[in-house]
Design a protein around this ligand. Structure first.
Ligand SMILES: Nc1ncnc2c1ncn2[C@@H]1O[C@H](COP(=O)(O)OP(=O)(O)OP(=O)(O)O)[C@@H](O)[C@H]1O
Ligand SMILES: [Mg+2]
Length: 176
């Protein structure tokens, strides 16, 4: 079975559409870990994902805090937490406590930018979706997804198939 799937985005709009699709698929308890170099599109994707979850306020990266909370009322999701770990060179006890608190909130969707700075032990594997953005040219980005929401990426209408039918059948069986 495929563990990750790559989608090519050719514009900020395509990245937003991709983020919105993940937002529509997300459920309470999901933790979405986004990584990628400066300017790769992490915030562009995060904002579209938040909007699709029903977040009304524009999502901006918190400058002093590790996490911002936005109210949501959709599909038993009460809160969207946006974490930006860019400034996190060393995880202080306070940062770790704040992050753990967001992750322990099972009525929330948590999204972390610069998630490679997050100690893996903080997020249970089965709740994780990892999204890695790679800059391929000025407007082209590769978006690699693995983890819980991979199924929604594979099920995307019009997606060019790069997964074997055997892989798909296994995914369906696991989903059943
Ligand atoms: N296919 C694309 N997808 C997303 N952004 C794109 C794409 N093509 C060009 N861009 C541009 O790349 C930039 C991405 O900015 P964004 O703030 O989303 O990145 P980021 O990864 O959050 O950066 P940072 O690490 O600095 O916070 C924007 O200026 C956007 O217009
Ligand atoms: Mg950003």
């Amino acid at each position: 079975m495929r563990r990750s799937v790559v989608t090519i985005s050719r514009s900020p709009t395509e990245t937003r559409q991709f983020g919105a699709m993940l937002g529509r698929a997300a459920r309470a308890g999901d933790v979405i870990l986004i990584s990628g170099q400066l300017g790769s599109g992490k915030t562009t994707l995060a904002q579209a994902l938040a909007r699709a979850l029903g977040v009304r306020r524009p999502v901006r990266s918190p400058s002093y805090l590790v996490a911002s909370a936005y109210p949501v009322s959709r599909r038993s999701i009460r809160t969207f937490y946006h974490l930006d770990l860019f400034r996190l060179r060393r995880l202080s006890a306070v940062d770790a406590a704040v992050i753990s608190e967001t992750i322990s909130d099972r009525q929330a969707v948590v999204l972390a930018e610069w998630a490679d700075r997050l100690p893996g032990r903080l997020v249970p594997t089965w709740r994780r979706t990892s999204v890695r953005l790679t800059v391929q040219s000025e407007r082209r980005r590769a978006i690699r997804v693995s983890g819980r929401l991979i199924r929604s990426v594979l099920a995307r209408p019009g997606r060019r198939s790069s997964v074997s039918s055997v892989g798909r059948a296994r995914l369906r069986r696991r989903a059943a």
